[in-house]
Design a protein around this ligand. Structure first.
Ligand code: IPE
Ligand code: IPE
Ligand code: MG
Length: 239
């Protein structure tokens, strides 16, 4: 039962545990990523159905390049498949519910992936029900570095002065400009850390941790996270 009154406006999800899920079953890690990509589809659709307006899914971090090339290639292929599928749906006007945003430094990704991601962002519906940020080659520190460079060059060009560099100006220079900060961040897989996810934006987020591995994560688990969130008392430093 979803408490509409206390529904988070923005939920961030760290899709972790794919490798361990596969290992437990004697499967290659990449099978875990395949299964994880399916769960991404299920949870994004469900969250949209119940009316969460913003979602951010952590798909690939700036640190994940340390992994074996073969695993990286499979993750990129899964991202490519998702983009093709979403492109087709947008083009056919089948579903206009999602506005997709790709957050992270996409400049180093294969050319065809960049082109597809660009196309998707340009063909988002005007009044999409749910904005889905897919974080690929994303790192909170890299995002902040990028934002500081943008602001510095605007100061150097005389467009901004030093007092214009406010918290708001920094927030507007992030990939998530114009979006509310995540109210709730979900991390499955039994790890209790952010791993460079939404560093600036998570200052007042509520966290929900669970031992479930991402490929096993269900809509019922998502409901449980929302129920817990609805019971939290958020004070933002007040009383
Ligand atoms: C998350 O699952 C997916 C990515 C980081 C790309 P992992 O691959 O990190 O799975 P574990 O943590 O090794 O189980
Ligand atoms: C975080 O998971 C990144 C993504 C889920 C995309 P990791 O598996 O990379 O995080 P660590 O290494 O356990 O901190
Ligand atoms: Mg992991």
């Amino acid at each position: 039962m979803v408490d509409k009154e206390h529904l988070p406006q923005h939920v961030g999800i760290i899709m972790d545990g794919n490798g361990r899920w596969a290992k437990k079953r004697g499967l290659p890690r990449t099978e875990g990523h395949r299964r994880g990509a399916e769960v991404f589809r299920t949870i994004s659709t469900y969250a949209s159905d119940i009316g969460v307006p913003y979602l951010t899914f952590y798909a690939f971090s700036t640190e994940n390049w340390k992994r074996p090339q073969q695993e990286i290639d499979v993750i990129m292929d899964l991202f490519r498949d998702f983009l093709h599928e979403a492109e087709q749906r947008q083009a056919e006007n089948e579903t206009r519910r999602f506005c997709f945003r790709f957050i992270g430094d996409l400049s180093v990704l294969p050319e065809d992936i960049r082109a597809l991601a660009d196309w998707m962002e340009k063909h988002n519906p005007e009044n999409g029900r749910t904005t889905v940020n897919v974080a690929v080659n994303y790192g909170g520190r890299s995002e902040l570095t990028h934002a500081f460079r943008t602001l510095l060059s605007r100061v150097q060009s005389g467009e901004l002065t030093e007092p214009d560099v406010t918290e708001d100006a920094i927030a507007q220079a992030l990939y998530t400009a114009g979006q509310p900060d995540p109210d709730l961040i979900i991390r499955p897989s039994g790890e209790y850390r952010l791993s460079n996810f939404l560093t600036w934006q998570s200052a007042y987020s509520e966290f929900w941790f669970s031992d479930i591995l991402w490929p096993d994560f269900t809509t019922a688990d998502f409901d449980r996270a929302l129920e817990d969130f609805a019971r939290r008392s958020r004070r933002f430093g007040g009383i």
